[in-house]
Design a protein around this ligand. Structure first.
Ligand SMILES: CCCCC/C=C/C(=O)SCCNC(=O)CCNC(=O)[C@H](O)C(C)(C)COP(=O)(O)OP(=O)(O)OC[C@H]1O[C@@H](n2cnc3c(N)ncnc32)[C@H](O)[C@@H]1OP(=O)(O)O
Ligand SMILES: NC(=O)C1=CN([C@@H]2O[C@H](COP(=O)(O)OP(=O)(O)OC[C@H]3O[C@@H](n4cnc5c(N)ncnc54)[C@H](OP(=O)(O)O)[C@@H]3O)[C@@H](O)[C@H]2O)C=CC1
Length: 289
């Protein structure tokens, strides 16, 4: 048996199609979804798809113009979208917007998507830098969930925490973020236990590389042309639309027995050698964030 090596994807595969939408139209009509980090990238894609499926969607983020752009995209689908400007690291702001958004509507789906980090070696991360990333990717998730619980409990709602593919193993340059995401995974499993009797489900959805408009152009092309082909067994990035479709599926009754799970949507990247094994990745001072 030869050693395993990555092969470029064959041409003509069934998955070489534009964004695929498999869920029944209006499947989420009558539901209310709250999405953090709604003004760009994955969060924006999730908002648009949920609204297209009939959910009333509330988006949260810090930048009004970005949230306004999501509102415009949702409007094209005849969907229902409201947004609140808030920093998820600010507990008082979180409590205020979650309760204002959900007092009447209740909450059927909460997507904790706001997140991010900078790439840095562990010995280059200051205490403040570590805490800042953990605050965004772990502490804020707890605050949002804590406030949302009373509304999720009304009808039995679903929590989806957006994570990172490979969260169960290490990755060079991501000490702070992986520490936070591992904490979120443990939190997710624990809440799946504690709140199962309320009908509240909790799962993590962990995308592999998603090349969205938010990434700087040089990073995006390096990921697409070199890093992904060299590290993702499927040889391709994860489309935002695929993440949105999975999130929507988990929110439907068909997902009612799925809870406490980590769903990695990454073309087997988590089983591969890891992005950090590719030369010149993570990006250093020349190309990094
Ligand atoms: C399958 C795996 C895929 C992997 C790819 C993953 C991709 C993504 O996650 S895409 C998401 C895209 N967006 C982002 O990642 C967001 C980019 N980052 C940020 O927005 C910010 O860095 C932040 C939110 C994570 C932190 O912001 P903030 O709290 O405002 O932090 P400050 O600027 O005030 O800095 C605090 C502290 O952190 C130090 N620091 C910041 N950048 C770096 C750096 N590159 N290297 C080292 N240290 C850094 C900064 O210096 C401050 O510390 P002190 O110097 O001690 O004050
Ligand atoms: N892109 C990728 O390859 C991957 C991304 N992920 C994860 O998916 C999630 C979304 O990433 P992606 O769409 O790529 O990145 P973006 O940077 O486009 O999205 C992050 C969003 O979160 C918002 N946000 C950031 N900080 C805060 C805050 N303190 N309060 C409220 N909102 C905040 C940002 O808006 P604003 O700054 O206006 O507040 C932004 O809209 C993140 O958790 C990311 O780590 C996971 C795997 C791979």
């Amino acid at each position: 048996m030869g050693s395993y090596r990555l092969h470029p994807p064959q041409s003509g595969l069934a998955w070489e199609v534009a964004d695929v939408k498999v869920l029944q139209q209006r499947l989420l009509a009558g539901t209310h979804a709250v999405v953090t980090g709604a003004g760009s990238g994955i969060g924006q894609g999730i908002c648009v798809r949920l609204a297209e499926l009939g959910a009333a969607v509330t988006g949260i983020g810090r930048t009004d113009s970005a949230l306004q752009r999501t509102a415009e995209l949702v409007a094209r689908t005849q969907g229902n979208f409201q947004w609140f400007s808030a920093d998820v690291r600010d507990c008082a702001q979180v409590r205020s917007v979650i309760s204002e958004a959900s007092a009447e509507l209740g909450m059927d789906l909460l997507v904790n998507n706001a997140g991010g980090q900078f790439y840095a070696a562990a010995d280059e991360i200051s205490d403040k830098g570590f805490r800042s990333v953990v605050d965004l990717n772990l502490n804020a998730v707890f605050t949002v969930i804590s406030e949302a619980k009373q509304f999720l409990a009304r009808r039995g709602g679903s929590i989806i925490n957006i994570s990172l593919s490979g969260v169960e193993r290490g990755s060079v340059g991501l000490t702070h973020s992986l520490a936070a995401r591992a904490g979120v995974l443990a939190m997710t499993k624990t809440l799946a236990l504690e709140w199962a009797h309320l009908g509240i489900r909790a799962n993590c959805v962990a995308p592999g590389v998603v090349i969205s408009d938010s990434l700087p152009g040089a990073i995006a092309s390096d990921l697409r042309d070199r890093v992904v082909p060299e590290s993702v067994p499927a040889g391709r990035p994860t489309p935002t639309a695929d993440v949105a479709e999975l999130v929507a599926f988990l929110a439907t009754p068909a997902g009612r027995m799925i809870t406490g799970q980590l769903l990695q949507i990454d073309g087997a990247a988590h089983l591969g050698r890891g992005l950090h094994m590719v030369d010149n990745w993570p990006p250093g001072e020349e190309g990094g964030e």
